[in-house]
Design a protein around this ligand. Structure first.
Ligand code: ADP
Length: 201
């Protein structure tokens, strides 16, 4: 089976940027955020279960899930959040596993923002962590999302710490530099992963 490299890091650490760089080498990317949307597309068992629970008021007029309404409902009700996680997490894991089976590149990249928090590194053969200084992380997230520093700090506090992530890492990209530095780190890792995947065949 294709070797699975997990990619994780905190908000604004550069996961999307790094995944795009690996994609330039034609590496198949499986992104948990995208899969999480796929399992609640119209007609899926996931969305049907949500409609059964919350009624069709939870839909937009085009029949798709009203995400901001669901976020609001969860915000006000912890047991609903638990119910939703119990419903969707296994579906997301199953879909990611199916996508891994379909991967054609020498290795594939499994991008999961909350990998360490949810102990999903068990789905990977190797874990690549993007580490970044907190001040850089806050500045980049602020610029990208047009939010203030306090908002970003709250999100950081709810995520795993840098130390927790680094303790789980096999490989680390330090993303404090410019995009040229990042590009060269990814190119080096890509070579290593191709060599490892050949070795493991
Ligand atoms: P994540 O997916 O981990 O939340 P992103 O890849 O979206 O993070 O990166 C956060 C922001 O920082 C984006 O606007 C991205 O363009 C920018 N960024 C990422 N890496 C670098 C870098 N090395 N130099 C400059 N900007 C960067």
């Amino acid at each position: 089976m294709t070797m699975v490299v997990g990619l994780t890091g905190g908000i604004g650490s550069g996961k999307t940027t790094v995944a795009d760089l690996f994609a330039q080498f034609n590496i198949d990317i499986i992104d948990a955020d995208i899969v999480a949307r796929e399992v609640v597309e119209p007609g899926t068992p996931g969305l049907n279960a949500i409609i059964d629970k919350l009624g069709s008021d939870i839909l937009l007029t085009d029949g798709s899930l009203n995400r901001s309404k669901l976020r609001q409902a969860i915000f006000n009700d912890n047991s609903l959040k638990d119910w939703l996680n119990a419903l969707l997490h296994p579906m997301i894991r199953e879909k990611m596993q199916a996508d891994i089976q379909k991967a054609k590149s020498p290795y594939c990249l499994l991008v999961i923002p909350l990998m360490v928090e949810n102990n999903l590194q068990t789905m990977t053969d190797r874990l690549l962590v993007i580490d970044v200084d907190e001040e850089v992380q806050i500045a980049r997230t602020q610029q990208r999302d047009k939010v203030n520093a306090e908002h970003v700090k709250k999100i950081l506090a709810a995520q795993a710490s840098r130390e927790e992530r680094l303790a789980a890492a096999d490989d680390v990209i330090t993303n404090n530099g410019d995009s040229a530095a990042l590009q060269s780190e990814v190119a080096t890792l890509h070579q290593q992963y191709v060599a490892m995947s050949l070795h493991n065949q």
